[in-house]
Design a protein around this ligand. Structure first.
Ligand code: 8DG
Ligand code: MG
Ligand code: MG
Length: 144
């Protein structure tokens, strides 16, 4: 496996929406280290986007989500990284099953911790794919 040519991979990442805020955490990773990013990860073989979204959010934050909705897809090249990567990233929106549930940092080797941020007052620096979306004027919140 280690000797085979690199291929694009599919990631599913989630805007967990709580009121006017979204959940972000500071990454600990070779890709985008120390930048603020959404919870999410790799689509597993045979998995639906919605199931992957719920699984990754649960694994990384302990939160239970519902009303998963497809938002958009972006093509993300990380060719300058130590391990050049290419992700097709599916963006999903969801809300908490229990709005009083508090995020836990369940993978502290991959994230410094989770917090809620206003879309109009996002933390810096943002993970590049998220920065590009925000700068394009994309808004993950449901219209009205
Ligand atoms: P896994 O083993 O749990 O499946 O993977 P992970 O460790 O959770 O993977 P990840 O790096 O969190 O997510 C996989 C890729 O998704 C990441 O390397 C690049 C891509 N990606 C984006 N935008 C975002 C984002 O906002 N958050 C996260 N977590 N990944 C993102 O393109
Ligand atoms: Mg993960
Ligand atoms: Mg992840």
């Amino acid at each position: 496996a280690g000797s085979s040519a690199p291929v694009p991979r599919v990631a599913v990442v989630v805007f967990v929406i709580n009121g006017k805020t979204v959940l972000l955490g500071r990454r600990r990773s070779s890709i985008g280290d120390s930048t603020f990013a959404l919870p999410g990860g790799h689509l597993e073989f045979g998995e639906s986007f919605e199931d992957c979204a719920a699984r990754e959010v649960k694994e990384e934050t302990g939160l239970d989500i519902k009303k998963m909705e497809y938002l958009t897809v972006t093509n993300n090249l990380f060719l300058e990284e130590a391990k050049p990567s290419h992700y097709v990233t599916i963006f999903i929106r969801a809300v908490l099953k229990d709005p009083s549930q508090v995020p836990q940092n369940l993978e502290p080797n991959k994230c410094d911790g989770w917090d809620w941020f206003d879309w109009n007052n996002l933390p810096q620096p943002l993970f590049r794919p998220l920065k590009a979306m925000a700068e394009s004027g994309f808004n993950p919140f449901p219209s009205r």
